[in-house]
Design a protein around this ligand. Sequence first.
Ligand SMILES: Nc1ncnc2c1ncn2[C@@H]1O[C@H](COP(=O)(O)OP(=O)(O)OP(=O)(O)O)[C@@H](O)[C@H]1O
Ligand SMILES: [Mg+2]
Length: 260
Amino acid sequence: MKPSKQTGPDTGAEPLLRIEGVWKNYHGHHVLRGVDLEVAPHEVVCLIGASGSGKSTLLRCVNLLETVDDGAIWLGRDEITDVGTDPDEVRRRIGMVFQSYNLFPHMSVLDNITLAPVRAHRWTRRDAEARARELLDRFGLADKAHAYPDRLSGGQQQRVAIIRAMACEPSLLLLDEVTSALDPELVTEVMGIIRELKDSGMTMVLATHEMGFARDIADTVCFLQDGVLLERGPAEQMFTEPREPRTRAFLQRVLESRRL
Ligand SMILES: Nc1ncnc2c1ncn2[C@@H]1O[C@H](COP(=O)(O)OP(=O)(O)OP(=O)(O)O)[C@@H](O)[C@H]1O
Ligand SMILES: [Mg+2]
């Protein structure tokens, strides 16, 4: 299936991320089936779809945590699925945050954030700490620099995980269900940080089950079903008048489940 025309903001720029005809299977089961997607600089794309539709797998392929079976992925002008690519270099340019925050429990917040820049990317400790403190300050966690993760709320831990992903100044941020492990009252503070990143021009691809959040934050929403990117469009249009009956049926089911 050829991709429909992109509907993100028309920046006139080349896409920052280009996914072309990506296939992925596990044990003969096709989890991604010819996915095409372009993400423009500063665009926020939300992936929605039922559990098992392939959202996390797609994000993991972009971050090279999975190899693709067919197709290719470009970051700017570099084909990152090329065999000669250094995955560490790609992960410096692409930050990723997961549902479970995965902070190292035996390290302070500051050490969690500076670990990758110093160890993997050879920043000086001084530069890494300056960057970490700037981010902690910006996101209201300056007083937690020396705290250990178990002294932080879930919302604070997830904010630290997002800051950690931003530490190497990536050009793209991937967020996989970053609010789903949180109590409802903590969701807002994590959404706030993502909103601020969007306002500062960060390019992001998010997988989320929070339709309200997707509608609010996304420029473009993509609906996946059984590994196929069935429909994409501007957030408002996707939620009010999706073209595909299957998108409509999915959104209807989500709406009904919320009413139960
Ligand atoms: N490492 C793996 N080995 C085998 N199968 C896998 C693996 N990872 C994912 N799958 C399968 O691939 C399919 C897509 O999974 P994926 O996690 O990408 O879905 P998802 O859309 O992120 O779902 P959710 O909304 O529940 O997070 C599922 O059928 C899943 O069981
Ligand atoms: Mg998932």
